[in-house]
Design a protein around this ligand. Structure first.
Ligand SMILES: Cc1cc2nc3c(=O)[nH]c(=O)nc-3n(C[C@H](O)[C@H](O)[C@H](O)COP(=O)(O)OP(=O)(O)OC[C@H]3O[C@@H](n4cnc5c(N)ncnc54)[C@H](O)[C@@H]3O)c2cc1C
Length: 455
C-alpha cells in the first residue's frame, strides 16, 4: 500500500485551509497548525468584518435614499452592540463551516503556535506542551499583520489599527485615516457611511495610487461630495493626543485633527520566529518567503502561500495558491487554469461607488505604449441603474485592437465587485469582446452595460 504524503500547514487562513481540504481530498495526510482560529485573519480581522461593517453602512445609505425610491424619509439609528454581534456571528458561521469541511476531509487541526524544527519537521507549542510533527511537504501560510510605523503607537482607543475598528470602543466623531490604498479608502467609506466625519491623509497625488486615475477620480469626487476632507500629498509623521482627541502631523506641516486616528499603511509578513532561515528557506529583505510559479521556496518540498508569500495580498489569491499547492504536492501537473497569473486577478474596492478591476488598465497600457482599444459606457443610461436610483459610475473595457481579445476592464458603480466576474472570465479565458456582446444577458440588469461597452 502507498504511504500517503504527509503535508503540514502552518496557518489555517484561506491559503492554509484551501490547501488542506484539497490535498486531503486528493489523498494526503494533512495537519493544520493554527494558533488562533481557522479562517484566519481574513475572517477574524480583514475581509469579513470590514465588509460586514460596510454592509451596515450601505443599509444606512439605503434608508437615507428612501425618498428617491418613492418612500417617506426614514432614519437609521446605529446600535454598535448589535453591529458587533452581527460581525461575530458571521465569523462564527464561516469558521464552523470551515471546521466541518476540514473534519469531513480528515484533516487534523492542532491548536498552537508552530515553527520549523528543521527542513522536514514542525514543532508546535500547544496549551498542553509541545508536539513534533514530521512532514514530507510543508506549507507556510502564516499571513501578515498591520504595519505599525515607529512614529506611532496604536492604543486601541484613540489610535487604531485596522484590527481594532470592528467597531472601536467609542464610535469616532471624526476619524483621521492614514493611508489611501484599498484598505484606507474602505475605512473612509465605512465610517463616513456610519455618520462619522472623516479626513483622509493621502501621501501621493491621488487616492488609490495604484489604480486607474479615472477610477480614483470618481472615488475622490464621491468622497468630497460626502464631506470627506482629503489631505493630498501629505505624509503622516506623528500623532499627538490633545483635548480628548488626536492630531496627525504631516511632513509638510499640515495637521489633521479628529477624535480618532486609524492606520492603514499596509502589512508585514508573519515570517519571523518560524525557523525559516535556520531551515535554509530564503526570505527577501522585507521578510516575504521567495517562491516560484508553483509557490515552492528554494527548498522544493517547502511551499509558501498567501500574504507571507509577498504576491497579491488578497484572500482570493491566497485560496487559489492553496488549491494549486495541493495539486502540486500530490504530484499532479497544475491544470492550465490553475496556473496563476497574478496580473489577471480580479480586485475590488468596497466603497461607494464600488470599484472593480481586472487585467490591463487603460492608464497602464498608455504608460507602456501598448496598443489598446478602450470603450466606456456610463450607468446613467442603464435601465436597472435608474430603477435602483443609483446610476453613478461606468464600465470600461480594454481590448486588443488586432484580435478583439478582452485584456482588462474597470467598473465603477453599484455591484461592481459582482459584475467584474464577467470580465474576469473573459480576461482569464482569452475571450473576445464579441463573446461578451453575444452573451444573452438578463434585462433589465446592470450587466447589460458590459455588453453595451463591448459593442
Ligand atoms: C482590512 C482588510 C480588509 C481586507 N479585505 C479583503 C477583501 O475584501 N478581499 C480579499 O480578497 N482580501 C482582503 N484582504 C486581504 C486578506 O485578508 C489577506 O490577503 C488574506 O487574509 C491572506 O490569507 P492568508 O491565508 O495568507 O493569511 P491569514 O488570513 O492571515 O491567515 C494566517 C493564519 O496563520 C495563523 N498563524 C500565523 N502564524 C502562525 C504560527 N506560527 N503558528 C500557527 N498559526 C499561525 C494566523 O493565526 C492566521 O489564522 C483584506 C485585508 C485587510 C487588512
Amino acid at each position: 500500500m502507498r504511504v500517503p504524503v504527509r503535508l503540514v500547514i502552518l496557518g489555517g487562513g484561506p491559503a492554509g485551509n484551501q490547501a488542506a481540504t484539497n490535498a486531503a481530498r486528493l489523498g494526503a495526510d494533512v495537519t493544520v497548525v493554527e494558533r488562533d482560529v481557522v479562517g484566519g485573519a481574513a475572517h477574524l480581522w480583514d475581509c469579513i468584518p470590514s465588509k460586514a461593517m460596510i454592509a451596515t453602512g450601505a443599509a444606512i445609505e439605503f434608508v437615507e435614499r428612501a425618498p428617491g425610491m418613492g418612500l417617506a424619509p426614514l432614519q437609521a439609528v446605529i446600535d454598535a452592540g448589535a453591529m458587533k454581534h452581527r460581525i461575530l456571528s458571521i465569523e462564527d458561521k464561516l469558521r464552523g463551516s470551515i471546521e466541518a469541511l476540514l473534519a469531513d476531509q480528515g484533516v487534523r487541526v492542532v491548536r498552537g503556535t508552530g515553527r520549523l524544527s528543521g527542513p522536514h519537521g514542525v514543532v508546535v507549542s500547544t496549551a498542553g506542551g509541545t508536539e513534533e510533527i514530521e512532514a514530507d511537504a510543508i506549507l507556510v501560510a502564516t499571513g501578515s499583520r498591520p504595519r505599525i510605523p515607529d512614529w506611532c503607537r496604536p492604543d486601541g482607543d484613540r489610535v487604531l489599527t485596522t484590527r481594532q475598528a470592528y467597531p472601536p470602543p467609542t464610535m469616532p466623531e471624526h476619524l483621521v485615516v492614514i493611508g489611501s490604498g484599498v484598505t484606507g479608502v474602505e475605512f473612509v467609506h465605512m465610517f463616513a457611511s456610519l455618520g462619522a466625519g472623516v479626513t483622509l491623509v493621502v501621501s501621493r497625488q491621488q487616492v488609490l495610487p495604484k489604480k486607474d486615475p479615472e477610477v480614483a477620480a470618481a472615488l475622490e469626487e464621491e468622497f468630497l461630495r460626502r464631506g470627506v476632507k482629503l489631505l493630498i500629498g501629505a505624509r503622516a509623521v506623528g500623532i499627538d493626543h490633545e483635548d480628548g482627541g488626536v492630531a496627525v502631523r504631516c511632513d509638510d506641516g499640515r495637521v489633521a485633527r479628529g477624535s480618532h486616528a486609524l492606520l492603514a499603511i499596509g502589512s508585514v509578513p508573519n515570517s519571523k520566529g518560524l525557523g525559516l532561515e535556520e531551515a535554509g528557506v530564503e526570505v527577501d529583505e522585507l521578510g516575504y518567503v521567495r517562491i516560484n510559479q508553483h509557490c515552492q521556496s528554494n527548498l522544493p518540498h517547502l511551499y509558501a502561500a498567501g500574504d507571507v508569500s509577498g504576491k497579491l495580498p488578497l484572500s482570493s489569491v491566497a485560496a487559489m495558491q492553496g488549491r494549486m499547492i495541493a495539486e502540486h504536492v500530490m504530484g499532479m501537473q497544475a491544470r492550465e487554469h490553475r496556473h496563476l497569473d497574478y496580473d489577471k486577478a480580479a480586485q475590488a474596492v468596497f466603497t461607494e461607488p464600488e470599484i472593480a478591476e481586472v487585467g490591463v488598465a487603460e492608464a497602464e497600457a498608455f504608460a507602456t505604449g501598448r496598443k489598446i482599444r478602450v470603450t466606456k459606457v456610463p450607468f446613467s443610461s442603464n435601465p436597472k441603474a435608474l430603477i435602483n436610483d443609483d446610476a453613478r459610475g461606468f464600465v470600461k473595457i480594454v481590448s486588443d485592437p488586432a484580435t478583439g481579445i478582452v485584456l482588462g476592464g474597470s467598473i465603477v458603480g453599484r455591484s461592481a465587485a459582482e459584475l467584474i466576474s464577467v470580465l474576469a472570465l473573459a480576461v482569464n479565458c482569452n475571450l473576445r469582446v464579441v463573446d461578451v456582446v453575444d452573451s444573452l444577458l438578463v434585462h433589465p440588469s446592470l450587466a447589460e452595460s458590459l455588453s453595451e461597452a463591448a459593442e
